[in-house]
Write a protein that binds this ligand. Structure first.
Ligand code: ARG
Length: 260
């Protein structure tokens, strides 16, 4: 081989390995990769109490406690990366983060583009209205305007029901749309409805009508079989030995176990 050809060959190999190393969206990350690094990157949208919210600039909540136990068992540290809820799945799919933790409902559609762990909780959608509203049941929503968070199952559900929907990237703006009278109702996951409504000084009420059945789980990039399996094993144990229930108890949230 001529000298210059050798040089070109070496350069090609160098460039190729560099791209492989730096590529976002390269191969799938395995459990071994994460354990070797000693760290898992977790995208989250902390506008969703009691599952994740900010307290003195720190991300806290039920899912944080669950993740802490899982990470401890896997022997890795957690690096939380904050983003808007509707940016999380694309970031997970592109391999920019290792996983998503954000009160994710497992849906058929999402399963086409991402892997989910086993569910750890059963939620539903709830309606929140102003305390003096004439909306008392779901039937009263007919012809009313409703705020939801962008990219959520609430948005999908309300659109499929044919309501006049206003979507907000930040959950807090969806609440504000209700409290400032811009919309007639706000639809959101039941426990989040209770938690955020409690912060409105009696201005809002949560209607007692569960509209959907939504299993919550953590999500990974498609093809992350061994990571999902490792999580499943720990989540399953936590549900069976009561650790999951204990976490919910510590937040005063009634634990609804998923069907197992
Ligand atoms: N459970 C709903 C969904 O999967 C809402 C999740 C919103 N999460 C958040 N952290 N804002 O679409």
């Amino acid at each position: 081989m001529k000298k210059w050809m050798k040089l070109v060959a070496v350069m090609i190999v160098a460039v190729m390995s560099l791209t492989a190393l730096t590529a976002c969206g390269g191969g799938n990350v395995t459990l071994a990769d994460i354990q070797k690094k000693g760290k898992i990157t977790v995208a989250t949208s902390p506008d969703f109490p009691p599952f994740e919210n900010l307290e003195n600039n720190e991300i806290v909540g039920i899912e944080v406690d669950v993740m802490n136990q899982i990470a401890a068992e896997l022997g890795v540290e957690i690096e939380f990366i904050q983003m808007d809820f509707d940016s999380i799945l694309p970031a997970v799919q592109a391999g920019k983060v290792n996983m998503g933790m954000s009160g994710f409902t497992v849906t058929e559609e999402r399963l086409e583009n991402a892997d989910f762990t086993m569910p750890y909780f059963m939620a539903s959608q709830a309606i929140v209205v102003l305390a003096d509203s004439d909306i008392k049941t779901k039937a009263d929503l007919e012809g009313k305007t409703i705020s939801v968070q962008t990219g959520t199952t609430a948005e999908e559900y309300c659109m499929s029901e044919g309501y006049d929907v206003q979507s907000f990237v930040a959950n807090n703006d969806a609440v504000a749309a209700l409290t400032s009278g811009k919309v007639d109702a706000w639809v959101v996951d039941n426990e989040v409805a209770v938690a955020l409504s409690a912060e409105q000084n009696g201005k809002t009420v949560v209607l007692d009508e569960a509209m959907t059945q939504e299993p919550y789980a953590f999500c990974f990039r498609k093809g992350s079989d061994d990571l999902t399996a490792a999580f499943d094993e720990i989540i399953d144990a936590m549900i069976r030995d009561g650790r999951m229930q204990a976490i919910f108890d510590s937040y005063g949230v009634p634990y609804v176990a998923p069907e197992m």
